[in-house]
Design a protein around this ligand. Structure first.
Ligand SMILES: Nc1ncnc2c1ncn2[C@@H]1O[C@H](COP(=O)(O)OP(=O)(O)OP(=O)(O)O)[C@@H](O)[C@H]1O
Length: 252
């Protein structure tokens, strides 16, 4: 594993009892990459993410993050489909609590700056049940970004949101994630190509790498509409879509 590798999976297989959910998979993710995992329902995307987070141990093979086996709850920010916030705390209080748990000190000004980055400064003092679902998910992303983790793991974070909010949060994430290594799980081919600097399509169970594609599109100096309007964007989306569909039909 090179020192620049944020994640390395070597010959990883994961079984739940008799069911082989994943593998074997070899995957090396260099620092700063935005990797998106796509594939049919049940192909093992979340299992791979949980292995990287250290919530599961591989049945065979090895998983390393920053050169060591991952420790659950350490070294990675996590964002799930549901925001999982503390309802008795304000928006700012949720961020401050995450920082406290991580043993990180931050001033009120630091928290406010972060909330401004994700467009939440107007609601910083509200309780989380007093804001919309999209705003709650923004709090979850801000909370994951607040903690000084080099790795951000996101499991279908926008799946429960309406299309407009989803698009806005995709744009936000594309901007704010620039300095992190990200692994993002989604069913959406469009979302994968929009967000990723690399897209991996998994086969149906057991999840194996069916396609590993660099997404060589500009990441700055372009609006989301301009990006989606590029012929290269359409070509990549078609390639990823075809891989997902062909793999889904195999088991249909
Ligand atoms: N805790 C568990 N115990 C037993 N089987 C499990 C467990 N978690 C997942 N599985 C099985 O492992 C396979 C992979 O599941 P996983 O949740 O990783 O897939 P996924 O691609 O994330 O699915 P989805 O897109 O529907 O969320 C599935 O067949 C699932 O039923």
């Amino acid at each position: 594993m090179s020192s620049a590798d944020a994640i390395k999976l070597a010959d990883v297989e994961h079984r739940y009892g008799d069911v082989t959910a994943v593998g074997p998979v070899d995957l090396t993710v260099p620092s700063g990459e935005f990797l998106v995992l796509v594939g049919a329902s049940g192909c093992g995307k979340s299992t791979l993410l949980r292995l990287i987070a250290g919530f599961e141990e591989p049945t065979f093979g090895t998983v390393h993050t920053s050169g060591s086996p991952p420790v659950p709850g350490r070294g990675a920010g996590l964002v799930f489909q549901q925001p999982r916030l503390f309802p008795w705390r304000s928006v700012g209080g949720n961020i401050a609590l995450a920082l406290k748990y991580a043993g990180q000190s931050a001033s009120t000004a630091d928290v406010e700056l972060l909330l401004e980055r994700v467009g939440l400064h107007d609601v910083a003092r509200r309780r989380t049940w007093q804001i919309s679902g999209g705003q709650q998910q923004r709090v979850a992303i801000a909370r994951a970004l607040a903690v000084d983790n080099p790795l951000l793991l996101l499991d279908e974070p926008f799946a429960a949101l309406d299309a407009l909010t989803r698009e806005r949060l995709q744009e936000d994430l594309r901007t704010v994630s620039a300095t992190r290594t990200c692994v993002f799980v989604t069913h959406s081919v469009d979302e994968a190509v929009f967000l990723g600097s690399r897209v991996v399509v998994l086969t149906p169970r057991p999840g194996r790498v069916a396609l590993d594609l660099p997404i060589d599109l500009p990441r700055t100096g372009i609006t989301p509409d301009e990006l989606r309007g590029l012929p290269e964007f359409a070509a990549l989306r078609a390639e990823v879509g075809a891989a997902v569909r062909s793999r889904t039909e195999v088991t249909a």
